[in-house]
Ligand binder design. Structure first.
Ligand code: GLN
Length: 489
């Protein structure tokens, strides 16, 4: 039996039942990485020795009668999240060789729950991108079609889970970077409410928007990872000190009477017709399952893209000022300090430089009010639309991305077309709500499509349960990526 075909929760049951062990599962994953990751290229680094040691420790703990939620489960971590003793580059040359002396809060939580960390996954540089093509190292292929992108910026995590090179993974979602790759790779990807998961140890991109998220091949898998990594952390001043519900217990599959809002603004001209069709039939399915469907309006969402591309670069320009060769990563010496800064900062890739320039401009004296200040005001209008909508409905259903996975190279020359991949995900980040993507079908070329479910602040349990009900009634998630088919034997 190929253990990698099991879902995370199936593997957990199998280990609990003594049918298999963590060492076996970890070996299966590592073998598969050797077999297929030269083609997929989901991992920037594979920590195989450490993973096997963690697996052995997990099996030993189980033999002593211990059981923790992720005991012995192999998972992957996006390379923008710090891991003690393991290089963390954020997909950038400017952090090449940076080995954090500590674990991010969420990595610590993974380890506390017994997870085995397989490695660090590829990402667009500093999470700026929608395809992993902005990684300074290489582009990851989509396990559904290696000539296509897996989405981004957490494309390495998505490809690793879809390619069955991990049973789940962490990503980050500043503008859509968990949900959009989840939709491109037939996965469930959750972007929780801002502050729900601690960002301590996550390399900052845009601090008012950044949030960690979890990937799984099923809703239950995504939830299992979320359940253990969530929670208050006093080291992150934006961390929410609120009780953590039992999210796994909330997956009842009963959505009768739930009010689902459908914003017409999210079905735009120019979107791929098959995406619209799949999402509309998914909404019909929710009705069949007992939900009430209501038309709603989020009129200011049309400004989400320009607002995001002022706020995110503005915050990035401030956050990335720290990379000057003095404290982190490589330093390229010049004749004087300024020259050293200039040479070292030339290590940033084109997209990062573009954003630093845009952001610095938006924040500069004389332009601050016209650009950054104005963007903040429109952000409030976007948020108010959501507040008003959640007076009427419990959840909002929409497409995750306007198209399925595009070809590698197709959009690199045109930043705007790349930015459009996140047009439906950005409003969630700007409004401090929560959202997820769940598989809802395939286009004519066999590429996955995602349904986005958006919940009010801290309503993760509601959107996870509705996704669960939908998943159980449809089963799209059962289809495995072609380059991820079980090896015979
Ligand atoms: N694609 C968006 C960007 O380039 C969002 C990225 C993200 O969520 N990290 O900024």
């Amino acid at each position: 039996m190929d253990l990698t075909t099991l879902t995370l929760t199936e593997l957990r049951d199998a280990m609990r039942g003594g049918v298999t062990s963590s060492v076996e599962a970890t070996r299966a994953v590592l073998d598969r990485i050797v077999a297929v990751d030269n083609d997929i290229k989901s991992y920037l680094s594979v920590t195989d020795e450490m993973a096997l040691a963690q697996a052995e420790a997990a099996d030993a703990r189980r033999a002593m009668g211990e059981d923790t939620p992720l005991l012995g489960i192999p998972v992957a971590v996006k390379d923008i999240i710090c891991t003690q003793g393991v290089e963390t580059t954020a997909g950038s040359k400017i952090l090449q060789g940076f080995v954090p002396p500590y674990d991010a809060f969420v990595v610590r939580k993974l380890k506390d729950s017994g997870a085995v960390i397989i490695g660090k996954t590829n990402t667009d540089e500093f999470a700026m991108g929608s395809s992993t093509e902005n990684s300074a190292y290489f582009t990851t292929g989509n396990p559904w079609d290696l000539e296509r992108v897996p989405g981004g910026s957490s494309g390495g995590s998505a490809a690793a889970v879809a390619g069955r090179l991990a049973f789940g993974a962490l990503g980050t979602d500043t503008g859509g970077s968990v949900r959009q790759p989840a939709s491109f790779c037939n996965l469930v990807g959750l972007r929780p409410t801002y502050g729900r998961m601690s960002r301590w140890g996550v390399i900052a991109f845009a601090s008012s928007l950044d949030q960690i998220g979890t990937f799984g091949r099923t809703v239950a898998d995504c939830t299992a990872l979320f359940q253990v990594t969530v929670g208050y952390d006093r080291q992150d001043s934006t961390s929410l000190n609120r009780p953590v519900p039992d999210y796994e217990a909330a997956l009842t599959g009963d959505i009768r009477g739930l009010k689902v809002g459908v914003p017409e603004e999210f079905f735009i001209e120019g979107m791929q017709p098959e995406v619209e069709q799949a999402v509309r039939s998914a909404i019909d399915k929710l009705r069949d399952l007992g939900a009430e469907i209501h038309e709603i309006s989020l009129p200011h969402s049309q400004y989400a893209l320009p607002v995001y591309y002022l706020i995110a670069p503005a915050e990035a320009s401030a956050n990335l000022a720290r990379y000057d060769g003095v404290r982190y990563g490589p330093r390229i010496e010049g004749d004087d300090l300024l020259e050293t800064y200039n040479r070292t900062r030339a290590l940033f890739g084109a997209e990062v430089k573009r954003r630093i320039m845009l952001g610095t401009y938006a924040l500069s004296a004389g332009y601050y009010d016209a650009y950054y200040g104005r963007a903040l005001k429109v952000r409030t209008l976007i948020k108010n639309d959501f507040l008003a909508a959640f007076e009427q409905v419990d959840v909002i259903a929409a497409p995750t991305s306007p198209t399925t996975a595009f070809m590698i190279g197709e959009r690199v020359g045109d930043p705007l077309s790349m930015y459009l991949a996140d047009i439906f995900t950005l409003p969630v980040n700007l409004s401090a709500t929560c959202g997820l993507s769940v598989p809802c079908g395939f286009d004519g070329g066999g590429l996955p499509i995602g349904l986005q479910l958006i919940g009010n602040t801290l309503e993760e349990a509601t959107i996870l349960n509705i996704a669960y009900a939908y998943e159980q009634a449809t089963g799209w998630h059962k289809q495995l990526a072609p380059c991820g088919k079980a090896a015979t034997g």
